[in-house]
Write a protein that binds this ligand. Structure first.
Ligand SMILES: [Zn+2]
Length: 632
């Protein structure tokens, strides 16, 4: 799955890499500093210069045709053209993926599938828009083939570089993988360039791959696109950063537009990157940030069923928490909660919080009321403005709903509506705005927002269902499965099933409790952290503590001198830093019966035997009863 183990690269080497990178970006810095700063590491300047001299790369005068570089059109890679490029291997000392996040903002592939004879556009955007890129070269390959192919940038707009792989650059049916991007910067040293590897150590996302397929194989699926913003860990940064980077690049391209034909393509490809960012490809996934929005809270209890003691605000928070735990079992998903306690949050604020957290999708969790039975999901309407969000929301809504219906809830369908009150509300293009605030405001921020109405709090059958914590967990898991399915996420090779206790469910005060994470699958390299929290207490009240901080031991001992109900939280952290969590309830009793004891196990006939009970904790008010049985 992961071609490189993160542990292989020491923290020291990582910091050296980032130092080198920051030096590389500060082009005025004396170039000799590379060699001086860290002798262990092959200086990128030397190696990339060597590479430049080998290939004559990065020159505007490089007129070598794409056809030659791209190799032949044979699927088996055995054609001479491809082999003739075997010498074009990557230089030593290429900046690896640990540095990618510091220098690259995102890599965008216009299409996951390209029909034979079509054009693939790739945009590589750098974090520093003012780095002064003068030329750039994209290296790519067909996995399993020796030949390394390359193509020069067809446009450079501030920090964004456009590569157009025209038909002669992608001649053969099959997979293509981006290997590296090599850039030259405006510098006093005209040979100054560096190379960034794209093909390995990609941490928790897949390599950048697209497929060239025979024309008839391209269907509607072919429009799926990919864009990434990468942080230093190789995961997505905030959406705002990506979008602003894209917009700046696109605006700038528009300003200069028209003087070259390829310039006209740049803004459209770049702006399509925005669309890709919103829809998030199911094939090439960066980290998906899912905003879970537990409806209502604080003074707003939502719908209530007083007879059953149910309040919507509590149910939605629990469902969201269970949903979060389940989503964390998948690769490449980060979860953001718009509230984590019994807090009042306004509708617009909910979306604002989610957007600030870089969310890609907004899922609002609710319980219905006022007559009805079953589950329904509200999605963005079919207005033309950001019309793709309707499609994404519709698909997502249907996936979530089908999971809920599988639990036995009645299917009330996926729905959408327009804002019609007071003469209506309209999007900038005149199309009707969505009726629900969170859906409307998510759409304004370019992400799909849906509202999941899980069941009816005032329907007897539904209310009985909602009274069970197990069922709330099933609802949260159903939501999570629908979301993961929509975005093509797969489960991790290990699974945190829950937390085991010994003794099982309760223990007396001051007595040790053994806590262990129940993890299935491949547990190598996992670390564990345990936290206790007194149930129902505000976290600010200090009624919590760390049982054991992060470490490789999966079983820990805990004891409490305060009786009561507790929650035990467990974080399991893998080698990539990804966190999976679980929580379980445990009861500390005011006292515990440890053992009965006899003063003698084999007394002589007629001797008195003293029987005593050993009880820990508060024994005040306890009564004792002893009995015996003759076993002979
Ligand atoms: Zn509600």
């Amino acid at each position: 799955m992961m071609p490189c183990n993160k542990e292989v690269v020491s923290d020291m080497l990582k910091s050296v890499l980032s130092l080198l990178l920051s030096l590389a970006l500060a082009v005025s810095y004396p170039l000799s500093a590379y060699a001086d700063s860290e002798p262990m590491f092959e200086p990128p300047l030397e190696s990339s210069s060597a590479y430049s001299s080998d290939t004559g790369a990065l020159s505007d005068n490089d007129q070598e045709s794409n056809a030659q570089k791209a190799g032949g059109g044979e699927f088996d890679c055995s054609d001479g053209t491809a082999k003739s490029h075997e010498e074009a291997v990557l230089p030593e000392g290429v900046l690896d993926a640990y540095s990618i996040g510091e220098i690259l903002d995102f890599v965008y592939l216009e299409s996951s599938f390209v029909s034979l004879g079509g054009t693939q556009r790739v945009v590589v955007s750098f974090a520093d828009l003012d780095m002064g890129i003068t030329s750039a070269k994209l290296q790519y390959q067909r996995p399993g083939c020796n030949g390394l192919l390359s193509i020069d940038a067809s446009d450079i707009v501030d920090g964004a570089v456009l590569f157009e792989l025209e038909p002669d650059a992608i001649q053969a049916v099959g997979e293509y993988e981006l290997v590296a991007v090599q850039v030259s910067l405006a510098s006093e040293n005209p040979n100054f360039s560096f190379t960034i590897a794209l093909d390995e150590c990609n941490d928790d996302f897949h390599p950048y791959i697209f497929s060239v397929v025979a024309s008839e194989a391209v269907d509607e699926q072919s429009v799926s696109m990919s864009a990434y913003a990468i942080d230093e860990n190789g995961s997505l940064t905030q959406a705002n950063d990506v979008e602003s980077a894209l917009r700046i690049a696109a605006d700038s391209a528009n300003d200069e537009g028209g003087d070259r034909e390829s310039k006209n393509d740049a803004p459209s490809a770049l702006s399509r990157g925005l669309d890709a960012r919103r829809t998030t490809s199911t094939l090439q996934d960066g980290k998906l940030v899912v905003a879970l929005d537990p409806g209502h809270g604080g003074s707003d209890s939502g719908a209530v069923n007083e007879d059953k003691g149910l309040q919507e605000k509590n149910l939605t928070l629990k469902i969201a928490q269970y949903c979060k735990l389940e989503l964390e079992q998948y690769f490449g998903i980060d979860v953001y909660m718009t509230r984590t306690s019994d807090e009042y949050v306004g509708l617009e604020e909910r979306v604002n919080r989610a957007i600030a957290a870089g969310s890609d999708v907004f899922v609002s969790i609710h319980i219905n009321s006022a007559g009805g039975n079953g589950a329904e999901v509200w999605v963005p309407n079919d207005s033309s403005w950001y019309g793709d969000l309707h499609d994404v929301g519709w698909d997502l809504g249907n996936k979530v709903l089908s999971k809920l219906v599988a639990l036995g809830l009645a299917d009330r369908g996926v729905k959408f509506d327009d804002y019609i009150e007071n003469g209506g509300l309209f999007y900038p293009d005149g199309s009707p705005a969505d009726g629900f605030s969170v859906i409307r405001n998510s759409r304004k921020n370019g992400i799909p927002g849906i509202i999941v109405e899980h069941a009816f709090i005032d329907n007897a059958e539904n209310a009985a269902f909602l009274q069970s914590d197990d069922n709330l967990k099933k609802l949260g898991m159903a939501d999570a499965e629908g979301i993961a399915q929509q975005y093509g996420k797969s489960k991790k090779p290990y699974y945190l099933q829950g937390i085991d206790f010994s003794p099982d469910a309760s223990q007396g005060i001051g007595q040790p409790v053994l806590i262990s994470a129940r993890v299935s699958g491949d547990t190598r390299g996992l670390n564990y952290k345990y936290v206790w929290h007194k149930s129902g207490q505000d976290w600010n009240d200090g009624q919590w503590g760390i049982v054991k901080d992060l470490g490789g031991t999966s079983t820990v001992s805990w004891q409490q001198n305060e009786p009561g109900d507790y929650e035990i939280f467990c974080d399991v952290v893998d080698a990539t830093g990804d966190v999976m969590s679980s929580v379980a309830d445990y009861r500390i009793d005011p006292w515990a019966f440890a053992a009965a004891a006899l003063s003698s196990s084999e007394p002589a006939l007629g001797d008195a035997v003293t029987v005593s009970a050993s009880v820990q904790g508060d024994t005040a008010g306890l009564s004792y009863k002893y009995s015996y049985e003759n076993l002979s």
